[in-house]
Design a protein. Structure first.
Length: 148
């Protein structure tokens, strides 16, 4: 599965990119994020690895590994998310529209193995919708920070 989603953020590009990769702010716009543990390196630098734990459903959690594949901030930040049966390459680009507007474009490429191939087929429409929802939550967060 391969798709791209975009949002426009009413804030300066460097500030938008910095907020997007600042782990300390992630729980503010990703409410299901329970914890982040840095395993290697210094995020958001290339080569950094982290373990993320998300709440799923009422009592469940999902543990995934994030690896920073490419970091050329404030223009681009590419990461790989891995969880059993799922490999997700997430390429995020920050483009200056004008002095106070930023286009955030995110391309996601998913590869599924084992049972997750079935899950990927059954829920293929929900993945782009969840990405869009997350980007919109980030936009609202970033714009509230920019206006403060």
């Amino acid at each position: 599965m391969d798709y791209t989603r975009t949002i426009t953020v009413a804030a300066e590009r460097d500030a938008v990119a910095a907020l997007f990769v600042d782990y300390s702010t992630w729980p503010e716009w990703q409410p299901s994020l329970l914890s982040i543990e840095v395993l290697d390196g210094e995020p958001p630098a290339q080569g950094a690895r982290s373990r993320l734990i998300f709440r799923r459903g009422r009592n469940g959690t999902t543990v995934m590994t994030e690896s920073v594949e490419f970091s050329e901030l404030p223009e681009r930040w590419n990461v790989v998310y891995e969880v059993a049966g799922v490999h997700n390459v997430c390429e995020t680009r920050f483009e200056r529209v004008d002095a106070r507007t930023t286009l955030v474009e995110q391309r996601n490429v998913f590869r599924f193995t084992g049972f997750m191939r079935v899950v990927g087929l059954l829920f293929s429409r929900s993945f782009p919708a969840e990405t869009q929802k997350s980007l919109e939550a980030f936009r609202d967060f970033a714009e509230s920070r920019a206006s403060a």
